[in-house]
Write a new protein. Structure first.
Length: 186
């Protein structure tokens, strides 16, 4: 009987039921009491994680309309690499470029007749390493970018199809390319 009095004075129970006999007066009160008792006795169930807690990764290969993307154009000839408004020597040396939040130098290196490596650095630390490889038939460009700007490196892979041929005598990467697939590798 004393427990009834304590719970009643604390406002947990009302006069409609007597705890020591477990007599409940009213169907709604029985349900409320069981729910309250469950929360008090099993608090972990009320504090458990929801289905939405955790890490979410966006599947970029399924959520983007690549046909709307503007094509990219490269020209690599006579030891000079042109990418948009950047004009860089292909000798593998760090060359100053207008600084951004992520790089202040860029180096371009010809690996072979189908592959070029572009490394962007900030204060000497590599931030992005991009490897562009053209397929043997010259119709597909695979671009692998390793982003080391955060604590954990992330690698992305983009695949492009050729939409404009390279000029005569230029490296295989030259020409215009339309992206059609992109994914996160790591």
């Amino acid at each position: 009987m004393e427990l009834d009095h304590l719970l009643h004075s604390a406002g947990i129970i009302s006069d409609k039921f007597c705890l020591n006999r477990l007599e409940f007066r009213g169907a709604g009160m029985k349900s409320a009491f069981i729910a309250l008792l469950s929360v008090v006795l099993f608090p972990s169930t009320s504090l458990s994680q929801s289905l939405f807690d955790g890490t979410w990764v966006i599947a970029t290969d399924k959520n983007r309309n690549f046909a709307a993307e503007k094509p990219v154009t490269f020209l690599l000839a006579d030891g000079i690499f042109r990418d948009g408004n950047r004009v860089l020597k292909t000798d593998g040396t760090d060359q100053e470029v207008p600084p951004t939040g992520y790089w202040d130098t860029v180096s371009v290196r010809i690996v072979d007749e189908h592959t070029v490596e572009v490394t962007s650095k900030k204060v000497g630390k590599p931030m992005y390493t991009e490897t562009d490889t053209v397929s043997p038939d010259g119709h597909t460009l695979t671009q692998v970018v390793k982003d080391t700007t955060e604590a954990e490196a992330v690698t992305f892979k983009s695949v492009f199809k050729r939409i404009e041929a390279a000029p005569p005598g230029a490296h295989a990467i030259s020409g215009s390319w339309q992206i059609f697939k992109q994914s996160r590798v790591s």
